[in-house]
Design a protein around this ligand. Structure first.
Ligand SMILES: Nc1ncnc2c1ncn2[C@@H]1O[C@H](COP(=O)(O)OP(=O)(O)OP(=O)(O)O)[C@@H](O)[C@H]1O
Length: 313
């Protein structure tokens, strides 16, 4: 009999998953999985829980939580030789990765997607010794993801980030950075840089329009030195995906990116503090197999077609 392990964060989002747990377990059992659950107890616990699932040769791991929980599960799986398939039940306050995979927040529908069984091998990023599935980056503004209190996020969603971002704008200063990617070197004053694996980042659905989840490439976005007015304009362009032509933006696709800075710069990994730069970002192509809905498969297919024939955009 196949074995499934559900790793869930009981404190995630509005804390609704626990109430649904019995129903979810039952559905997996009916579908033919011997299923058990692990409630995470603290930061880092989901990393260990995922490693244990590997040791015990589970066929399927389900991560129920927000981006933080999924990131931890991926960090537990990424270095293992045997990596079980991964299902996602988005129950967090931030679910950027689930959104990128078109997985709905409704628990029943998210379980349907896993049990339907359609899966796809997707790219994972590594920077230094951390793994990420969505995005990593640096620059003062990226720090807002952990400056916004969790309660405010629950209440306001992405609006909480925009508000905090506006509050931080006047204090943003450029940093000298040397960014090397696939043979190109950039030595510039920058406001921030982002290394993105998907195209859904903090409510900016079109921030990295060419990011495909299994092509082995990151989308690298660098915002060069800009004044306050220019920065606001770039942000508003970015909301509708019209920022890439702006002269302050460098946009490239890369398999590996190396960043060093003169001043201290924090690294943000999937929305959490991830140590200090320098950093080497490596794309691990098609490294983990995720359950995904038809909608995502179609989205990826049309992105691939667009890449072959850019005039159809
Ligand atoms: N039992 C627990 N108590 C407190 N924190 C926990 C517990 N289990 C896991 N965590 C931590 O909670 C963090 C955030 O979890 P997650 O992303 O699933 O939820 P979220 O509601 O989206 O979080 P956030 O409020 O940060 O947006 C995880 O990175 C993990 O380190």
């Amino acid at each position: 009999m196949k074995k499934a392990r559900i790793i869930y964060n009981p404190t995630s989002g509005r804390e609704v998953f626990r109430r649904e747990l019995a129903t979810v377990l039952e559905r997996f059992e009916v579908a033919g999985y011997e299923t058990s659950a692990h409630a995470t107890t603290s930061e880092g616990d989901a990393v260990n829980a995922a490693k244990i699932a590997v040791e015990r040769q589970f066929d399927l791991v389900v991560a129920a939580g927000g981006d933080g929980t999924i990131n931890e599960v991926i960090n537990g799986l990424a270095e293992q030789e045997y990596r079980p398939k991964l299902g996602i039940i988005p129950t967090g306050t931030t679910n950027d990765f689930a959104r990128a995979l078109c997985i709905p927040r409704d628990i029943k529908k998210a379980v349907d997607i896993i049990l339907d069984g359609q899966s796809m091998l997707l790219d994972i990023g590594r920077v230094n010794d951390h793994y990420f599935m969505n995005i990593a980056g640096g620059g003062k503004l990226t720090e807002l993801t952990y400056e916004v209190p969790s309660k405010l996020k629950t209440m306001l969603g992405h609006m909480a980030y925009y508000m905090k971002g506006i509050e931080m704008l006047p204090s943003l200063k450029p940093t000298r950075a040397r960014i090397e990617y696939d043979g190109t070197v950039i030595d510039e004053d920058i406001m921030l840089f982002l290394v993105s694996n998907t195209n859904s980042v903090g409510g900016f659905e079109k921030l990295a329009p060419d990011a495909r989840a299994n092509d082995g490439y990151f989308d690298l976005i660098i915002i060069k030195n800009a004044n306050l007015a220019e920065f606001v304009r770039i942000a508003s362009l970015a909301l509708r995906g019209a920022h890439l032509e702006d002269k302050h933006i460098i946009y490239a696709q890369a398999k590996q990116v190396n960043v060093t800075t003169d001043e201290k710069m924090q690294l943000n990994i999937d929305g959490e503090f991830g140590g200090l730069l320098p950093g080497t970002f490596t794309n691990l192509q098609q490294h983990i197999e995720f359950f995904v809905p038809d909608k995502f498969v179609e989205k990826e297919r049309s992105a691939a077609e667009m890449e072959e024939d850019p005039l159809s955009r």
